[in-house]
Design a protein. Structure first.
Length: 113
């Protein structure tokens, strides 16, 4: 369970969080009502790095994945996630979190194109 976050609330599904207000990051606006399921990584990584370790990072990553039109844009979303996770966590967590979302991308997790 993650600590309550300013930007999200828990929905009926414990794996889904909802953005409660528009918020801006890096020139993008994640709209109120946007739904996030945390980091788009395989379940095997969840025991090491929780999908909601960094709620803002995961939410921004999900938003970027939702508007990605191709694999290159998905990879950019993953790199943004790595930057955000790296600013808040240890180097090991950063590496594992990034590896998780890259493997997730390879498996098609979170891809909408």
């Amino acid at each position: 369970m993650i600590a309550p976050d300013l930007y999200t609330k828990t929905t009926d599904n414990p794996r889904i969080r909802e953005v409660t207000q528009d918020w801006r990051y890096n020139g993008d606006t994640v709209p109120k009502g946007f739904l996030t399921d945390g980091a788009s990584s395989p379940r095997i990584f969840w025991g090491i790095v929780s999908p909601f370790l960094n709620p803002k990072s995961s939410c921004y990553h999900d938003y970027l994945c939702s508007i990605a039109k191709n694999k290159a844009e998905r990879k950019l979303a993953d790199k943004e996630y790595r930057k955000l996770v790296g600013s808040e966590n240890s180097k090991v967590e950063k590496i594992l979190a990034y590896a998780g979302v890259r493997i997730g991308a390879w498996l098609g997790i979170g891809n909408r194109f």
